[in-house]
Design a protein around this ligand. Structure first.
Ligand code: A3P
Ligand code: MG
Length: 253
C-alpha cells in the first residue's frame, strides 16, 4: 500500500502540473449537462490520471467525474479507482486557488487509499490503510497528521464550510452545534484541514458526488476522524451506479 500511495501521489502531481499550465493562461469554461463548469484543465488532468492508473500493474477499473467509458463496475475483488481530476472547478474558474486533484482506491465500498493534492499550494494530503495519514508539505516532506479531538468546553467549534454551497438547513444544523467560527474553503481541502487538526467539523448538507469525498475520507479516517451520514454510518462507495452522496458530516474526533 505504501508503494501504491507513492505512485498515486506522483500521478496526482503530474495531473496538478497539467492543471497549473491551463491556470497560467486564459481558459474557456463549458457547462456540463448537470450545469457544473468544466475546463481544459479538468480534461487534461483526467487524461493523465486515466493513462497512468491504467499503466499500473494492478489494472483496477476507474470511475472518474470526467469519464472513462470502460468503467462497468468494481473488479472481482470489489476494487475500483474513484477520481475527481479537478475538484472545485468553480474555485478554479474564480481563480481563488482552492481546488484539488482527488484519487481514491475503493475496496468493498470503503476508501482504503486517498490522495488529495492542491497544486497551487503545493500541498497534498495522502493516506492508506496500514500506512497512515500524511501531509506532503511544499518542501516535499511527508509529515504524519492527526485530527485534534473534541474542542475544550467553552471553545468555539472550528467549522469548515463550502464557498459555493450553503443552505438554511445548514444554518439550523450549525445553531444546534453551538458557538462556532466558520472558515469557508473550496474542494476537498476542507477535509484535509480537519485531518491535520486545524478544524473540528465540516457539515455538508447538500449535494456532492462519490468522487468529491472518497480520497479525502481515506485521509480523515486514517488521521483518526470520521466521515458519516446524519445517522452516523460512514459514507459508503459500494454502489457506483448511484454517484450522489447523502448529506454527511466530517468530524475531527
Ligand atoms: N447539484 C450538485 N450535484 C452533485 N454535486 C454537486 C452539486 N453541487 C455541487 N456539487 C459538488 O460540490 C463540489 C464542490 O464543492 P465545494 O463547493 O465544497 O468546493 C463540486 O465538485 P467539482 O468542482 O469537482 O464539480 C460538485 O461535485
Ligand atoms: Mg468535485
Amino acid at each position: 500500500m505504501n508503494e501504491l500511495l507513492t505512485e498515486v501521489s506522483a500521478i496526482a502531481r503530474e495531473a496538478g502540473d497539467a492543471i497549473l499550465r491551463v491556470y497560467a493562461q486564459p481558459f474557456d469554461v463549458a457547462i456540463k449537462a448537470d450545469s457544473s463548469p468544466v475546463t481544459a484543465a479538468d480534461n487534461a488532468a483526467n487524461q493523465i490520471i486515466l493513462d497512468k492508473l491504467k499503466a499500473l500493474p494492478e489494472r483496477i477499473p476507474i470511475l472518474s467525474e470526467e469519464g472513462d467509458e470502460a468503467f462497468t463496475g468494481p473488479d472481482a475483488s470489489g476494487r475500483y479507482w474513484l477520481v475527481d481530476p479537478l475538484d472545485g472547478t468553480k474555485e478554479f474558474v474564480k481563480r481563488n486557488d482552492e481546488f484539488t486533484v482527488n484519487i481514491a482506491l475503493i475496496e468493498n465500498g470503503k476508501p482504503v487509499l486517498g490522495v488529495v493534492l492542491a497544486p497551487v499550494f503545493n500541498v497534498a494530503y495522502i493516506a492508506a490503510n496500514g500506512v497512515g495519514a500524511f501531509k506532503i508539505d511544499k518542501y516535499g516532506q511527508r509529515v504524519a497528521i492527526h485530527v485534534s479531538g473534541r474542542p475544550k468546553e467553552g471553545t468555539p467549534w472550528r467549522v469548515m464550510g463550502s464557498r459555493s454551497h450553503a443552505s438554511p438547513y445548514l444554518e439550523d444544523w450549525l445553531k444546534q452545534l453551538g458557538p462556532h467560527e466558520t472558515r469557508p474553503m473550496g474542494s476537498s481541502l476542507k477535509f484535509g484541514i480537519i485531518a491535520e487538526g486545524s478544524a473540528d467539523v465540516y457539515p455538508r448538507l447538500g449535494p456532492t458526488s462519490l468522487w468529491d469525498t472518497a480520497a479525502a475520507q481515506a485521509v480523515v479516517e486514517q488521521a483518526g476522524g470520521r466521515v458519516v451520514t446524519l445517522d452516523g454510518t460512514p459514507l459508503c462507495y459500494a454502489n457506483p451506479n448511484e454517484t450522489l452522496n447523502p448529506d454527511f458530516v466530517v468530524w475531527g474526533h
